[in-house]
Design a protein around this ligand. Structure first.
Ligand code: EPU
Length: 419
């Protein structure tokens, strides 16, 4: 298993380019199942979760051609409308094929995801939603099966709680359903809006994405389309925090600036200088004394849970006590014991973490437990004195494209040690 060896202590300086968004590309790839014609996506990041999703589509019967960040997918036939356990267990987002397969093939069989490092993460809301669209849902041998041999029909779906992939999954199911569907209490994340843009390019009639009620008028068929995926707000946010935590100065280009308001507001309150240059460059400059600022994760447009771990690493370097509250996932504090091993002063109290700073971190051997936790360890290591060895970086490879190259280009002393 690969490791990262990081020598901390030097400020990052320079320019880092943002990649395409993993969490926008995943549903876009699944959407290609809705038509027999080719769907061409640009700006698809080269990360492991994307490779897994493409493999799943090939398994289902699609042909996939990949040329760097451009991917062409054609699902002329759906051969096997199924997401097997082997793939779902490595990537929960595989459940995104449920809606498209039920809509296109009238049948979908998807392994139940089970728990994961950050919480229980059931898909019950995807399933009850499909039932509202007329599917019959059953469960056996660890798989759920959604069947709608005569096609789905529009319906009113009210989400009990906001779910990002649930909203995406049901939006994809509804575009080919007979009649009109409304999704109430839908997720407003930019990734949902990007998916709606792709679906509309394919001939769908989706209105209101980005708001909490989405209206979809079903159509008989969709056609091929070309679409450029939005850039990754979580990756850009991670680099912004890297500049702040090392007291450096980074220009983050291609950043989806309009999707980063919550983070930028917190960084400014904490004493970090953040300026926008042009449409899509964020210049982030640390170096001044950091102040502790409390933060609570929320659905978009609130502070993203996917940046909580990284923000917590930053707060270890801030003066005072910051209360970080995680409201989206019940167990997303796996980075805490590892940051504590590096010298951080963090106390856990249920869904809250109390981070007291500043504490000089010192390099240590640590273990990555999930994607965003790994990113926070990289950030801690960049700020630490001495050498940190991060084990299990396959977690970070799931969602960050060439992170070590990008950071090294800005002066980080980071290398991958093959294991
Ligand atoms: N939930 C349910 N039932 C459901 C669906 C969700 O109880 O049927 C609960 C979850 O257990 C969780 C909460 O609702 O407590 C929100 O989960 P959501 O469904 O919104 O999460 P997700 O769609 O599985 C996406 C991202 C995650 C990101 C979350 C929250 C993708 C592929 N994944 O997951 O990204 O943390 O939204 O913003 O879009 C990551 O990239 O590292 C990552 C984990």
């Amino acid at each position: 298993m690969d490791k990262f060896r990081i020598q901390g202590g030097n400020p990052l300086e320079g320019t880092i380019q943002t990649s395409g968004s993993k969490n926008a590309a995943l549903p876009a790839i699944a959407a290609a199942l809705l038509t027999a014609e080719p769907v061409v996506l640009r700006g698809v990041p080269q990360v492991r979760d994307i490779a897994t999703m493409l493999r799943l589509l090939e398994d289902i019967g699609a042909t996939v051609e990949r040329d760097g960040s451009r991917v062409r997918i054609q699902a002329a036939n759906v051969v096997k409308p199924e997401a097997p356990y082997e793939l779902v267990k490595t990537m929960r987002a595989s459940s995104l094929v449920l809606g498209p397969l039920a809509a296109r093939a009238g049948r979908a069989r998807v392994s139940l995801p089970g728990g994961c490092a950050i919480g229980a993460r059931p898909i019950d809301l995807h399933l009850t939603g499909l039932e509202h669209l007329g599917a019959t849902v059953s469960q056996e041998h660890g798989y759920v099966c959604a069947e709608a041999p005569d096609g789905l029909r529009g319906g009113a779906i009210h989400f009990d709680r906001i779910t990002v992939t649930g909203t995406e999954d049901l939006m994809m199911a509804a575009v080919l359903a007979r009649g009109e569907t409304t999704l109430v209490n839908a997720a407003r994340e930019p990734e949902v809006t990007d998916l709606a843009a792709l679906l509309n390019r394919m001939g769908a009639q989706v209105e209101g994405a980005g708001e909490s009620t989405i209206r979809i008028r079903g159509v008989d068929r969709l056609h091929g389309a070309e679409h450029t995926i939005i850039t990754d707000r979580i990756e850009a946010g991670t680099f912004a925090i890297a500049a702040a935590i090392t007291g450096g100065r980074l220009a983050i280009t291609g950043a989806p600036v309009e999707h980063l308001d919550a983070l930028v507001a917190k960084l400014r309150q904490a004493g970090v200088r953040v300026e926008q240059e042009g449409d899509s460059t964020l210049v982030v400059e640390g170096g001044r004394t950091l102040r502790s600022v409390d933060m609570t994760t929320e659905e978009y447009p609130g502070f993203a849970t996917d940046l909580q771990a990284q923000y917590m690493a930053l707060m270890t370097q801030a003066e005072g006590i910051a209360i970080v509250t995680e409201t989206i996932f019940e167990n997303r504090f796996m980075h805490v014991p590892e940051l504590v091993r590096m010298g951080a002063n963090i106390r856990l109290d249920g869904r809250r973490a109390l981070v007291a700073g500043p504490r000089q971190l010192s390099g240590a051997a640590v273990l990555a437990s999930d994607l965003r936790a790994s990113a926070s360890l990289v950030l801690g290591a960049l700020a630490a004195r001495g050498e940190t060895l991060i084990d299990r970086v396959y977690h970070i490879d799931r969602g960050y494209e060439k992170i070590e190259e990008k950071l090294a280009q800005a002066g980080a002393r980071i290398e991958r040690v093959a294991g």
